[in-house]
Design a protein around this ligand. Structure first.
Ligand code: NAD
Length: 259
């Protein structure tokens, strides 16, 4: 394993454009459950209840959606960045990170110290709520207070539109600017490191493919196998936190040797 960590560190040190692509597995060590692991969100809820079309179509779906979103908000609110988030933020400080493309909605890359311009949030953010009609933004806690007081599916104060966390649900359009930027960066990077993603949610999961087809090295760090393991240059089936912390150590050693 140490040899693999060293190899990834060498690739990071040598790379000019390294991308970290993160998924829910990056944040499980911060106490936020992922979707597909046993005990994850889809063990307790039916994904079909959360399709965007259903949210738009029925009050019952909206109430179920807000019930799940409320359950997920508690761990997100309490979560602290773990060693993997901190290592990724450190890579930015060392000048070794082109960008982070994240599917996560928990804001932990920012709390770890990554800057706004380095993080592309493909699936939006749970930190805010927005009105689907007039796009007015609300602080998440303000809306959660309303739910605590008994509202089941809140509406906009200004226009009466439907309020929803500013995340992208199944069936909802991807944010155009972020998606284009992520594809562009993936197509010109020289190293693409997946951390904690099952790589099954599209279109995000096609980005490692874009990177690989354009000549980048592909590294996958995930607890369980993914559909892209066979095409990766190196795969580590392990925990994100200790793995990234170790890799960072070797990157720092390598940079010191280069000085
Ligand atoms: P996923 O649930 O499909 O897969 C998570 C993967 O992470 C699994 O393959 C699992 O083996 C791995 N994993 C779990 N803990 C790990 C750890 N400690 N170290 C290494 N690997 C670990 O997640 P996904 O691929 O991100 O797709 C799910 C979708 O759900 C995303 O679109 C995301 O927006 C959303 N989501 C986000 C959060 C969050 O923001 N923290 C949490 C749940 C779901």
């Amino acid at each position: 394993m140490e040899e693999q960590f060293k190899q990834i560190a060498q690739w990071i040190t040598a790379s000019k454009r390294a991308i970290v692509f993160s998924g829910a597995g990056l944040s499980t060590e911060s106490g936020i459950p992922d979707f597909r692991s046993p005990g994850g969100v889809w063990d307790r809820y039916n994904p079909e209840d959360f399709y965007f079309q259903n949210f738009l179509a029925s009050e019952n779906s909206r109430e179920k959606y807000w019930q799940m979103a409320t359950e997920m908000w508690e761990p997100i609110k309490k979560a602290q960045p773990n060693p993997a988030h901190l290592a990724i933020s450190e890579l930015e400080k060392l000048g070794k990170l082109d960008c982070v493309i994240t599917q996560n909605i928990d804001g932990l890359h920012f709390r770890a110290g990554n800057s706004e311009e380095k993080v592309i949030q493909l699936h939006g953010t749970a930190i805010f709520v927005s009105c689907l009609s007039c796009q007015k933004r609300y602080d998440r806690d303000e809306i959660q207070e309303r739910i605590k007081k008994g509202q089941k599916a809140p509406h906009c104060d200004d226009c009466g539109g439907l309020l929803k966390p500013a995340t992208i649900s199944f069936g909802q359009s991807m944010p155009e600017k972020e998606t284009q930027e992520a594809y562009h960066r993936s197509s010109i990077c020289d190293l693409f490191i997946v951390v904690g993603s099952s790589l099954v949610v599209q279109p995000a999961a096609s980005m490692p493919l874009v990177a690989k087809r354009n000549g980048a090295r592909l590294v996958i760090i995930n607890r369980d196998p993914t559909p892209y393991d066979d095409m990766a240059d190196l795969v580590i089936h392990g925990q994100a936190g200790p793995t990234m912390a170790r890799i960072l150590e070797y990157v720092k050693q390598g940079l010191r040797i280069e000085d």
